[in-house]
Design a protein around this ligand. Structure first.
Ligand code: IPD
Ligand code: CA
Length: 292
């Protein structure tokens, strides 16, 4: 089907409507992410502590994660009351339009807690069911780091930008010269498995970076600050917006063995590095945790 004449089945609209709607979604994603970013940066309470923990004692939530998610939900539903919203802290509020906002109020909460500047608000508009790997696709997204002011945006089929400047990924280096970002989960068995995989991968690459925000890791693949990224255990809210930034900048985002990216594994880089990483991670058994 030619997109030039008949429109895109992903949005179910003709092209003129589609352009307008997607541009509007990017604007709303950006405005919401920047408002939430200003809130978490400017209203951080003195002596910020852990409000509660989730999957392990190191998987933390602060009052500001909640406040920022509340703000995101308010801003998004005020503009688009029929859309669903899936957020890291409050789960899924179903909608009626088929479009779901997938939001992470603070990606990099541990950095935020410690006063480190690598964290971001992530807002994506997706079509499909974001709870089912492979059953959804992002249409528009924004990842905003309120500390550096960096704002990555992307729009399906229309491009990716950092602070308004178009992003286009160049040819990647071979694996032995590639700088690869990754992250680690919060549970012990998952971490043992991740350490085992890292021990296999590290001698095959230039080096590893662990910055503490999956959304920023992916955006930095698109911006060329790292060559690739992989991680086991990230959820749709961590990556929905940033995946679109990578693919719209010309990179590939994949799971292992032809599967879509999912909490089992996400790998991102320009080709042929993405394929080489997938092969190395598969050989290292990266799709499995160690026994509990
Ligand atoms: C985490 C960050 C981290 C990644 C973890 C995520 P959170 O998100 O993205 O880099 O390694 O897997 O859970 O908990 O800060 O929102
Ligand atoms: Ca997150």
């Amino acid at each position: 089907m030619s997109e030039g004449t008949t429109g895109n089945p992903a949005t179910g609209r003709d092209n003129a409507h589609q352009d307008c709607e997607i541009a509007e979604l990017v604007r709303l994603a950006t405005s919401a992410a920047q408002q939430a970013g200003a809130l978490v940066r400017d209203r951080r309470p003195a002596g910020l502590g852990v409000e509660r923990t989730k999957t392990s004692p190191t998987d933390v939530v602060t009052v500001m994660d909640h406040a920022a998610e509340d703000l995101l939900r308010e801003v998004l539903t005020a503009q688009r009351p029929g859309d669903g919203v899936l957020g890291e802290e409050h789960g899924l509020q179903p909608g009626s339009t088929g479009l779901v906002w997938v939001v992470d109020p603070i990606d990099g909460t541990v950095n935020y807690l410690y006063g480190l500047p690598t964290y971001a608000v992530s807002v994506a508009a997706v079509r499909g069911d974001p709870m089912v790997p492979g059953a959804w696709s992002p249409l528009a997204g924004c990842v905003h780091n309120p500390e550096t002011g960096q704002t990555w945006t992307a729009s399906a089929g229309r491009g990716a930008w950092l602070d308004g400047q178009p992003l286009r990924m160049g040819a990647p280096p071979p694996m032995e010269r590639a700088l690869i970002a990754t992250g680690f989960g919060y549970r012990e068995a998952r971490r043992r498995g991740q350490a085992r995989v890292l021990a296999r991968l590290l001698p095959q690459i230039r080096d590893i970076r662990r910055q503490g925000s999956a959304a920023i890791d992916l955006c930095q693949v698109a911006s060329g600050n790292v060559d690739g990224y992989y991680e086991r255990g990230v959820q749709a809210w961590d990556v929905a917006a940033a995946m679109l930034v990578v693919t719209e900048a010309g990179g590939r985002v994949s799971g292992l063995e032809g599967r879509p990216p999912s909490p089992d594994m996400i790998v991102a880089a320009a080709e042929p590095l993405c394929g080489a990483l997938v092969a190395a991670l598969t050989a290292a058994g990266a799709g499995e945790d160690d026994p509990e």
